[in-house]
Design a protein around this ligand. Structure first.
Ligand code: 0X9
Ligand code: CA
Ligand code: ZN
Length: 312
């Protein structure tokens, strides 16, 4: 469980029951399934939100992913907030109704449930980042956000050392969590067209809006035209204007290879961003008090709406 005083955060079991409730209370709007299982066997909960949710209406789709990194618990709350806003808000908010009616919204609140459960397994936080699959030596965990299969390990943006916090794993998609989410995204290619058009992967912290590529500092080149780059910049800057985050190419922060955005864009041409949420400083860093959850998740409402509006 979360340490005393932070009970406002949701454990994996509490997330699962919130998702079940959302689907049960809004059977026409929300449907719960699983993208697969984590290394320790937890379901990777996947909630679909749309009008006539049980039908395939061919609408443009968006994906929100959270908690790739175990200790970034505020991101799980962000995904839950998205779920609650687009389900509970549907009956009364015309803006929400329009976004839900015209799109399919997919939400995966826990990409790394083994890691986040481990992070809260002691009396205090464990400062855990990676998943919980043992590596060859006696160390545990791969950095899921270095394990994606587009130019995996290409560019000195990850580590080959299992003990490293940015260990990329023994092969691209060696981890059950990245593999399951990737296969789900692959499965949205229907009749040769990727239905998912836009995506945000939530992280903490630094208050940033980041766009690909991460593996190169070049703005344009293989896989990114000047026009495409201008669109990332435009949408990124418009979103950042609503939440007062800083907008930049992800490699301006530091170079990574094998991150989710490079794969989503490089492989599927999904307009894919990373948000680094609140705060900007190491205190409170990864562990803001639960009193901050509502303010810091609501802060991204307008940006989330912009992203959905870009899916067409
Ligand atoms: O390093 C990461 O995976 C992300 N930051 S975090 O502090 N949450 O670990 C950022 C990934 C974005 N990609 C690049 N910066 N290239
Ligand atoms: Ca508290
Ligand atoms: Zn992160």
């Amino acid at each position: 469980d979360f340490p005393a005083g932070d009970e406002g955060y949701h454990t994996y079991a509490e997330v699962t029951s919130e998702l079940r409730n959302a689907a049960a209370n809004h059977p026409d709007l929300a449907a719960l399934s699983s993208a697969g299982k984590s290394f320790e066997g937890r379901e990777l909960n996947l909630l679909k939100i749309s009008d006539n949710v049980t039908a395939d209406e061919g609408e443009p789709e968006v994906l929100f992913t959270c908690n790739q990194h175990a200790r970034e618990h505020l991101t799980t709350e962000m995904c839950l907030h998205i779920v609650q806003r687009f389900t509970d808000g549907y009956a009364t908010d015309p803006n929400i109704r329009q976004l839900v009616d015209g799109h399919v919204i997919w939400v995966i609140p826990n990409v790394n449930p083994d890691g986040s459960e481990f992070d809260i397994s002691g009396s205090d936080y464990q400062y855990w980042r990676k998943n919980r699959k043992p590596a060859d030596d006696n160390s545990i965990g791969t950095d899921l956000n270095r394990n994606w299969g587009y130019k995996w390990g290409c560019c000195d943006g990850s580590s080959t050392r299992p003990g490293s916090e940015t260990y990329r794993g023994p092969a691209a998609f060696s981890e059950p969590e990245t593999q399951a989410v990737a296969r789900f995204v692959d499965s949205r290619v229907i009749g040769g067209t990727q239905r998912i058009k836009a995506h945000i992967d939530f992280h903490t912290y630094s208050e940033l809006v980041l766009w690909p590529f991460g593996h190169t500092q070049d703005d344009t080149g293989e896989g990114m035209t000047a026009e495409e780059n201008a669109r990332f910049r435009d949408v990124g800057q418009r979103m950042a204007a609503t939440n007062q985050y800083t907008a930049q190419q992800s490699s301006d922060l530091y170079v990574t290879d094998g991150d989710i955005n490079d794969w989503m864009w490089g492989t599927h041409k999904v307009l894919s961003f990373t948000f680094e949420m609140y705060p900007t400083s190491p205190f409170p860093g990864f562990y803001p008090p639960d009193e901050d959850i509502v303010r810091e998740t609501t802060r991204n409402d307008a940006a989330v709406d912009i992203l959905i509006g870009e899916a067409r």
